[in-house]
Design a protein around this ligand. Structure first.
Ligand code: NAI
Ligand code: MG
Length: 495
């Protein structure tokens, strides 16, 4: 029988007698087929790296190595770009939109068939809970491929009056927080518009991209249409600076985004940058508070806070501030931190040791600067990288944890009195990717939505994605949009 405190932990405010702890319910990874070594996927074949260098990718929940992965250097990027150029000139670039669409639909269907395998590998390599990779990431990946497959033969309606032409070869660099989803956001519109691709996965999460390479092979895409490489920043820079690449798409940190923008200044390359964020969830007194608390929890603790549009700040109207804080405290006490493959897990492993260090650095800074911290009493495994859900009160605009993108499960809580003050505080950041409004009044939603300087503003919900909807930032959160009709435009030459 559980102690009362444990009972409370499992059930929130309600204490049921005779309740029990959940048994572990781990997803089996026994049937997952992974190679010991992954080579680069160039010109339709897995190809050993020219300089013979490999690096390990580990499981952040166990710190165990999963596989060795090739590190692409300049000669490999040259080969990959050459393969993409050939495919653009001779095969993929010559296909009609209708034919391209067929291939992209095929990829989408094959992804659906192998969804479970992809979800498990995503969770093993990156640390995110299986519930998220299974219910959010991978279904969305298929949805984005389906959506853009539908555009392939309708591009003349995307840009009426102009004959849309592809750029040519697209160089794409993706982060570790949504490895497959970011690959889909980049590859699907590029293919729909007739471009060919050289894409680099992030150094801690290369595996699902290579699984996607298997699907691309099986789907019979002309060799060279999609080339997939792995490596760290230097490999990324080789893509950015390659003279035969026509367009760059990057998702990652604002610091690297700025570097890329500098490298591209004065070149003819087109680019889109999807960078950091510091979104505020704004909760008014008239909001449905329990729903708001669920939204806040989803907004910052979802995927360990490794989300560029995470609701990492909470602005709550003074009259309900204490109430919301206590509800949040109760709610985070029920969150289960642990094995990403366990279906009960709410918060998985932090993606890497260095990311955990970065989060801990900000937590220490928050304390040094006088913030009042509360962490849940969750038990965390002894191996692996973990961070308990963390709340900070008594913080103001100048505090680092209010200003900086932490990319972890850390929520900075502030209060406001009037809508005007909420807008001022919400906008007082170098970023502008997303925001959330919680209120009973439609008029407030419109008023706030117009004044928030953010690419996406959710109302009475958070972190909702749909392939038809454009996504991207204001200010230092980036340039250009991905998703929806808008996401086609960066892959087309339209003037
Ligand atoms: P990062 O920006 O270094 O990595 C993202 C991708 O860019 C990776 O594939 C990496 O290999 C590549 N890259 C790194 N340097 C490059 C360069 N000079 N040229 C071309 N490509 C390069 O991000 P990192 O270091 O993994 O994370 C640090 C912080 O960045 C996080 O704590 C978070 O705040 C932020 N971040 C934001 C993301 C977002 O979705 N907006 C995604 C990942 C990180
Ligand atoms: Mg890994």
């Amino acid at each position: 029988m559980l102690e009362e405190k444990q009972l409370q932990k499992r059930t929130g405010n309600l204490v049921f007698k005779n309740a029990w702890d959940y048994d572990p319910a781990p997803e089996s990874s026994g049937h997952i087929q992974l190679r010991e070594t992954y080579d680069l996927f160039i010109n339709g074949e897995f190809t050993a790296p020219e300089e013979g260098r490999y690096f390990a990718t580990t499981n952040p929940a166990s710190e165990q190595k999963i596989a060795d992965v090739a590190e692409a250097t300049k000669p490999d990027i040259d080969k990959a770009v050459q393969a993409a150029r050939n495919a653009y000139n001779k095969t993929w670039g010559k296909l009609s939109g209708r034919e391209r669409g067929k291939y992209i639909y095929r990829i989408a269907r094959m992804l659906q068939e192998r969804a479970r395998e992809f979800a498990i590998i995503e969770s093993m390599d990156g640390g995110k809970p299986i519930r998220e990779s299974r219910d959010a990431d991978i279904p969305l990946v298929a949805a984005y491929f389906f959506y853009y497959a539908g555009w392939a033969d309708k591009l003349q309606y995307a840009v009426p009056g102009v004959e849309p032409k592809p750029y040519g070869v697209a160089g794409q660099i993706i982060p570790w927080n949504f490895p497959m989803l970011m690959a889909a956001w980049k590859i699907a519109p590029a293919l729909a518009t007739g471009n060919t691709v050289v894409i680099k996965s992030a150094e801690t999460t290369p595996l699902t991209a290579y699984k996607l390479a298997e699907i691309i092979q099986d789907a019979g895409l002309p060799p060279g249409t999609v080339n997939i490489v792995s490596g760290a920043g230097e490999t990324g820079a080789e893509i950015v600076n390659h003279p035969d690449i026509d367009k760059i798409a990057f998702t990652g940190s604002t610091d690297v985004g700025k570097l890329i923008q500098k490298s591209l200044a004065g070149t003819k390359k087109g680019y889109t940058l999807e960078l950091g964020g510091k979104a505020a969830n704004i909760v008014f007194e008239d909001a449905a508070l329990d729903q708001a608390v669920e939204g806040i929890v989803n907004g910052i603790f979802f995927n360990q806070g490794h989300v560029c549009c995470a609701g990492s700040r909470l602005l709550v109207q003074e009259g309900v501030a204490d109430k919301v804080y206590h509800k949040l405290k109760d709610r985070i006490e029920t969150l289960i931190v642990g094995d990403p493959l366990d279906k009960n897990t709410d918060i998985g492993a932090i993606n890497s040791k260095s990311q955990l260090e970065r989060i801990n650095h900000f937590i220490e800074k928050g304390l040094e600067e006088g913030g009042e911290m509360h962490q849940s009493s969750a038990e965390v495994p002894s191996n692996g990288y973990w961070c308990k859900p963390t709340l900070f009160r008594n913080v103001s605009q100048s505090h680092s944890i209010v200003q900086s993108e932490i990319f972890g499960p850390v929520l900075a809580i502030q209060t406001f009195r009037t809508p005007k003050e909420a807008v001022e505080k919400a906008n007082n950041t170098p970023y502008g990717l997303s925001g959330g409004i919680w209120t009973d009044k439609g008029s407030k939603i419109f008023q706030m939505g117009q004044n928030l300087r953010a690419g996406v503003v959710w109302a009475n919900t958070f972190n909702k994605f749909d392939p038809t909807s454009p996504f991207g930032g204001y200010k230092e959160s980036g340039i250009g949009r991905e998703g929806g009709l808008h996401g086609l435009l960066p892959y087309l030459k339209i003037n």
